[in-house]
Design a protein around this ligand. Structure first.
Ligand SMILES: [Fe+2]
Length: 391
């Protein structure tokens, strides 16, 4: 049985100072993101308690008592997050949320609906209307702050994209949303891919490409017919050929955008195999772009450890064992499987580090903290020389 090695995250991981560079490129130098937050609640006391739960001075605040005032506020200010009472006067939170999520200009604006008591029916309605969170008051400040931070960071990432990229990312998300079994697959992939990239000492543009690749690698599936994509049983050889086209289709969809050029090899080659038996080009060994090999491992690992209607979630050890068997078959890059094995403890420790989505600064800080807590600074001989790591 494969075991997780807690001591191997190695001396080759670059020092934290270097990651400030990455953070500044993304505009995410601070671990905590300050946002412009709109509270929509008729009760003065509720609005006060929300502000104090999040820290009065940590954000900019706009307060409104009803949805018409909220609409005016959103059209006048660049709001980063909406916190709205379920029973707010006029439209109510559910209708208000539906309206925001339908409009192109506000579809990515996060909305948290707050309810005074547990109400499963209202929760379903709110989530169906596109609410990002459904929270019960009184709020638990620590969990509330963490959710707000995660949302603000994601919003900052979306804001950093140009319009056409935003469209692509929403397309990629629609692939994920069409298949409820996938859950937060893309987000986890973006994080795990970026963590591997950081561990390998790759340059910042590569880490960014891995993050974006996490979201976009399967975007070509939008062009695969539902009867193939969601077929419950095994695919026929003809259907399989159709399914395999998603890699090239995805590359074609993204190829018109220059900013996504570094992501294209990930999209095209994430199903190649080390021994040349993969698709679409049958590339072998180091002919397969490094970033595609990295994201492929994260993709397989996440698929193995996620429950689906037809299979249980494997444990990290079981998933790693399967990857090691695939190394023996010649399908996977042995050094990268070892690197993945090194970082897995970070994702499965009882006190997980701050894996706030899409903040490379938080990611680098987590890696640094993990190294210090593990207390191991011995060289990891399995890691390639970082100067040669870049294809
Ligand atoms: Fe794929």
């Amino acid at each position: 049985m494969a075991t997780l090695n807690y001591g191997n995250l190695g001396a080759n991981t670059p020092p934290l100072e270097q990651w400030g560079l990455i953070g500044s490129e993304l505009g995410l130098q601070q671990a905590a993101v300050r946002g412009k937050i709109l509270i929509v609640d008729a009760s003065d006391a509720n609005r006060r308690s929300v502000r104090s739960a999040l820290g009065e001075s940590d954000h900019e605040w706009i307060e409104t008592r009803a949805t018409s005032e909220a609409i005016a506020a959103i059209s006048l200010h660049r709001v980063d997050l909406v916190l709205i009472d379920l029973l707010v006067p006029e439209l109510g939170a559910v209708e208000f949320c539906r309206m925001l999520k339908k409009a192109t200009a506000t579809q990515f604006l996060p909305v948290f609906v707050m309810a005074p008591s547990d109400d499963p029916d209202a929760e379903v309605l709110a989530i169906e209307a596109g609410a990002d969170e459904f929270l019960i008051t009184p709020l638990r400040p620590a969990a509330f702050r963490a959710r707000v931070q995660a949302s603000l960071k994601r919003k900052a990432m979306i804001d950093s994209l140009d319009d056409s990229e935003t469209v692509l990312f929403s397309l990629a998300q629609s692939v994920e949303e069409r298949d409820p079994g996938l859950g937060q697959h893309c987000q986890r992939l973006a994080l795990m891919g970026a963590t591997m990239g950081v561990t390998l000492g790759l340059p910042a543009p590569d880490i960014l490409a891995l993050q974006r690749g996490g979201y976009l690698h399967d975007v070509g599936k939008v062009a695969i017919p539902d009867h193939v994509l969601f077929k419950p049983g095994p695919l026929t050889p003809e259907e399989w050929e159709v399914m395999k086209t998603h890699a090239e289709r995805g590359e074609r969809i993204c190829s018109s955008m220059r900013s996504l050029t570094p992501v294209l090899p990930i999209i095209r080659h994430h199903h190649e195999r080390w021994n040349g038996t993969g698709y679409p080009d049958g590339l072998k060994g180091e002919e397969i772009p490094l970033l595609a090999r990295i994201l492929q491992l994260a993709d397989i690992y996440d698929a193995l450890t996620t429950a689906r209607p037809y299979k249980r979630a494997l444990s990290p050890e079981e998933a790693l064992e399967i990857l090691e068997q695939e190394v023996q078959k010649g399908w996977r890059d042995p050094k990268l499987v070892a690197t993945l094995s090194d970082i897995l403890p970070m994702f499965h420790t009882p006190t997980p580090p701050d894996f706030a989505p899409l903040s490379l600064h938080a990611l680098a800080a987590s890696i640094e903290r993990f190294r210090k807590e593990a207390g191991h600074n011995k060289p990891n001989l399995l890691l390639p020389d970082p100067t040669n790591a870049h294809n």
